[in-house]
Design a binder for this molecule. Structure first.
Ligand SMILES: NC(=O)C1=CN([C@@H]2O[C@H](COP(=O)(O)OP(=O)(O)OC[C@H]3O[C@@H](n4cnc5c(N)ncnc54)[C@H](OP(=O)(O)O)[C@@H]3O)[C@@H](O)[C@H]2O)C=CC1
Ligand SMILES: CC(=O)N[C@@H](CCC(=O)OP(=O)(O)O)C(=O)O
Length: 326
């Protein structure tokens, strides 16, 4: 009998579900027990994922059926607003299940651990309910946290995402025709990730998202006014101090490019352009919204909760102070 933990994915047809299947297929301590999709029910997972070689087929599982499987771990990768019936069924029938939700539904719920490991792992108290952060919200928080004590005004964050960020439900924001040669602004005040980042940083931020014609990867460029002047080396030192021990956050001298982050598991933070008076700094962050912005971060959180190294099955190479992925 396998001593691996069983894991199921609800919403496994989607962009993040596909990345999770890839990560789990290579995981030494996890075994894919079920994958739920209404559209792909009956089809072999191996026909849709080149990373998975087993016999498993997609199934259409309702909340009661998911809970009845009694998997050790369940990931919900559903559109926003759809998680509650699954959470309720698991709470009732299998409360010991480790449950991770990728949507925004529990990011403001005090009973759930908000898992942005580099910033919140010290707050994990063994919770079995984990809310995975939003993609832009991850980039915003990683950009602001090292300077949080020096803010003279709310940071202003300009975000540009690839259209995989908008999921697979058809909309203007994932329509390649409408995005062709275009940059589409949306939710310019009050975006959910503005509220999420403000809540978890504990300081207000202002966020202006856009979607672009590329498929995956996002950039957040953040303008921060400081309460006292800093030199560029001081800013760099703060970011290095915050992230040099982190395998999945790289601090760069130059501003990172989104074209270099697709399919990579880490976030990059760099640029650090200062105004002449040292009171304004601009920080640029990139990450792959489907990986560090979703599936990879979920895997970090699950790894920690099942008691294995946080980077298990995440392709990261460490050593000599320089961390880069395989
Ligand atoms: N895309 C991204 O960059 C990021 C996404 N997230 C969040 O992760 C979650 C998943 O995102 P993503 O993978 O992009 O979404 P997709 O739209 O690509 O996939 C959604 C999945 O949910 C299933 N689904 C849709 N509606 C329902 C329903 N009513 N009941 C049951 N299943 C349903 C779909 O499969 P089927 O229809 O076959 O059942 C599909 O498998 C979302 O909450 C999103 O906000 C978080 C960070 C980044
Ligand atoms: C381009 C695009 O549309 N991106 C999504 C963010 C994706 C994400 O992280 O979503 P959740 O917070 O919903 O989990 C958006 O702005 O809503």
């Amino acid at each position: 009998m396998s001593d691996k933990k069983s894991i199921g994915i609800v919403g496994a047809r989607g962009h993040t579900g596909a990345e999770l299947i890839r990560l789990i297929a290579a995981h030494p301590a996890l075994e894919l027990a079920f994958v739920s999709s209404r559209e792909l029910a009956g089809q072999r997972v191996s026909e849709h994922s080149d990373a998975y070689a087993g016999e498993l087929r997609y199934e259409n599982l309702d909340p009661a059926a998911v809970a009845a499987r009694r998997a050790d771990v369940v990931i919900l990768a559903l559109p926003n607003g759809k998680a509650a019936p699954y959470v309720e069924a698991i709470d009732a029938a299998a409360p010991e299940t480790l449950l991770l939700d990728l949507s925004a539904d529990y990011r403001f719920d005090e009973r759930w651990y908000y898992g942005l490991p580099e910033l919140t792992r010290g707050k994990w108290r063994g919770e079995r309910r984990i809310s995975n952060p939003g993609c832009y919200a991850t980039a915003i928080q990683l950009s602001v946290a090292p300077l949080k004590d020096l803010l003279a005004a709310p940071p202003v964050c300009f975000g540009v995402s690839g259209y995989s960020g908008a999921g697979t439900t058809p909309s203007d924001r994932n329509d390649p025709e409408k995005l062709r040669d275009n940059l589409m602004p949306y939710s310019l005040t009050g975006h959910a990730h503005e509220k999420e980042a403000s809540r978890h940083l504990g300081v207000p931020v202002e966020f202006m998202p856009h979607v672009a014609p590329h498929f995956r990867g996002l950039t957040v460029t953040t303008n921060l006014y400081l309460s006292r002047p800093l030199k560029r080396e001081d800013v760099l030192a703060r970011f290095h101090h915050a992230y040099d021990a982190e395998p999945l956050v790289k601090v760069l001298d130059e501003a990172p490019w989104v074209s270099r982050i697709a399919h990579r598991h880490h976030a990059e933070v760099g640029g650090f352009a200062l105004s002449a008076d040292g009171r304004r700094v601009v920080v640029v962050a990139t990450l792959d919204n489907l990986l560090k912005g979703a599936a990879t971060q979920a895997m970090q959180n699950i790894n920690r909760a099942i008691g294995v190294d946080e980077c298990t099955a995440i392709p990261v190479r460490r050593g000599r102070g320089e961390r880069s992925e395989e």
